[in-house]
Design a protein around this ligand. Sequence first.
Ligand code: NAP
Length: 242
Amino acid sequence: MNWRPALVLFMLALGLGCQAKPDAGVLVFGGTGQLGAEIVKRLVADGQDVTVFVRPTSDRERLQGLAVEYVVGDMVNEADVTNAFQGQNYRAVINAVRAPITDIPFYDLTSQYVAAQAPAAGVQQIIHHGAVGAGENRTQFPDVPWDRVPGLAARMDDHAAAERNFRASGIPTVIIRNSRVWPDGTPSSGNASLSEDQSMMTPITRVDLAVFTLECLDNADCNGKIFHAVDPTLTWPPPGYE
Ligand SMILES: NC(=O)c1ccc[n+]([C@@H]2O[C@H](COP(=O)([O-])OP(=O)(O)OC[C@H]3O[C@@H](n4cnc5c(N)ncnc54)[C@H](OP(=O)(O)O)[C@@H]3O)[C@@H](O)[C@H]2O)c1
């Protein structure tokens, strides 16, 4: 018996099983948040099939009226993240989660959970919103008192771990770092950009971050890159901001 054609078909089937369907949707973590909701609104307006991972306690107000699917869980529970991917087919994951500083390495753990599940769900791209100053990047900003805020330096190392975990998944990853974001709802100044210069640090609006997210979605030019989202025309603190 010539077993080679059968083997080739078997290998093809295995490969196809890991491929996202062309119309597979996007799974968004942090979609109820200020940046996440802005991203979700734009994805829906763009006709995308969107699933939002929410906590049982999440306020869905920002997403009211939007045609999205929800999956409920807490990212710190590995089983909940696994459940979000189980039997699903997503072509992209967008991570816009932000958590308060605690004793647990939140970004390290949760990114490991996502990275472990995403390949089998056919994910072709991860877009991760991270932080300027992650890990070694802190050395680019010697004037920033990273040690003054308790836990901040450890949080920045936690951010770096998440970046490494997503990249190590083998899935093309886009990292968009921001530093200080202007208040929710601030319109774009029209002067924002994504820079590959990792010594850049300026404020940014969430609207611009959302626009950049959609520009990078399915865009191979963004894959494998670490961007700093910058708008040199914005100051800190914003006018009227305490
Ligand atoms: N804000 C800043 O100054 C700043 C600075 C640097 C980087 N960033 C990055 O920018 C992005 C967006 O920031 P943002 O200020 O717009 O965020 P945000 O409004 O605080 O929203 C945070 C989101 O994360 C979700 N979340 C938190 N813990 C979770 C958990 N255990 N399981 C599942 N979801 C959880 C929240 O869900 P609930 O609705 O349930 O709370 C919410 O949807 C983040 O990626 C952050 O790392 C922000």
